[in-house]
Design a protein. Structure first.
Length: 92
């Protein structure tokens, strides 16, 4: 493997996917919640993965009764769904 990409070389959605994959940081899901971010249509599959992963994480948090986590994840899910809706609207 080559050297890791610098933060400026990695798209916002790639950064969020890394967070969802387990490397959680302070700004986890911040980009999908940001109303200023215009999603790149080429990143649709990654955004769909993030949405699906959030749905699974919400289910786990509800089973474990992690109510605070559920609320945060639902906010992120709403953002991911909004980004997908933006892509759909731009496609037509």
């Amino acid at each position: 493997m080559g050297a890791p990409a610098s933060r400026s070389q990695v798209t916002d959605l790639e950064l969020r996917a890394e967070d969802v994959a387990g490397e959680r940081g302070v700004h986890e899901h911040a980009c999908v919640r940001c109303s200023l971010l215009r999603p790149d249509p080429a990143q649709r599959a990654r955004l769909t993965y993030i949405r699906d992963n959030l749905i699974a994480r919400i289910a786990e948090a509800e089973r474990e009764d992690w109510l605070g986590e559920v609320e945060v994840l639902q906010t992120s899910l709403a953002g991911a769904q909004d980004k997908l809706a933006q892509l759909d609207a731009e496609a037509y």
